[in-house]
Design a protein around this ligand. Structure first.
Ligand code: MG
Length: 176
C-alpha cells in the first residue's frame, strides 16, 4: 500500500515514521545532513492531504546514528528544519518531531518502546490513542504501535542502496 492510499477515517492523530516512510531509506548508512535527505515523492505530495485530515501530525523516529556519533543533534535539527520548511511550502504540516538517539532497546523511548508516544501524550493531552494511527514501513513501527495500543498501517518503502533505488512493496492490512 502506498502512503496516499491509507484510509484515515476515524483518526485525528497521525504518527509517521521518518526513514523509509517520508524520506528515502539509505541502506547501510544514515541521513547525516540535509544534502542526504531525499523526500519520497508520493509521501511529500500527500502531506497537504494529511494536514487537511488530521488535528495532530507527529514524526516518531529512531536516530541511533547520533548515539553512534555519525552526526549530531544539531545536524538533525538542521535536517528537520529544512524538512518542515519544504512540507509547509506545499501546505503540509508537522506539529512535532520526536526522536530517540539511544543505541539499544533498553531505552523505552527507542521504538518499539512506547516512550515517544508517552512524550506526545504528555505534551498534547487531547491526543486520544483510539483515534491515533501509526504509519511506517518497518516491523519496529508495527511493534511500537502495538506497545502504544494504537492502530498501525504498514506502507510501501522506498530505499536506496548505493546508486540503486527501489520500492519495497507491502500488501499488509491494518495492524500487520
Ligand atoms: Mg522506517
Amino acid at each position: 500500500m502506498k502512503i496516499n492510499e491509507i484510509d484515515v477515517t476515524g483518526y485525528d492523530t497521525l504518527l509517521l515514521d521518518r526513514d523509509g516512510t517520508i524520506n528515502v531509506h539509505i541502506i547501510g548508512d544514515y541521513v547525516r545532513k540535509w544534502e542526504d535527505f531525499e523526500f519520497i515523492p508520493i509521501a511529500y505530495e500527500t502531506m497537504p492531504y494529511f494536514a487537511s485530515k488530521f488535528k495532530h501530525i507527529f514524526i516518531v523516529t529512531n536516530q541511533r546514528g547520533i548515539g553512534k556519533g555519525k552526526y549530531s543533534e544539531e545536524d538533525l535539527a538542521d535536517i528537520h528544519r529544512h524538512m518542515v520548511e519544504e512540507i509547509e511550502k506545499i501546505g503540509g504540516r508537522i506539529d512535532g518531531i520526536y526522536y530517540c538517539t539511544s543505541l539499544t532497546e533498553d531505552d523505552i523511548r527507542r521504538k518499539p518502546g512506547r516512550g515517544m508516544f508517552d512524550d506526545i501524550l504528555r505534551d498534547y493531552p487531547d491526543v486520544d490513542p483510539t483515534k491515533t494511527l501509526m504509519v511506517g514501513d518497518g516491523d519496529i513501527d508495527r511493534d511500537f504501535a502495538k506497545n502504544c495500543g494504537i492502530d498501525f498501517q504498514r506502507i510501501d518503502s522506498f530505499k536506496r542502496e548505493g546508486k540503486c533505488k527501489y520500492w519495497v512493496h507491502t500488501c499488509a492490512p491494518l495492524n500487520h
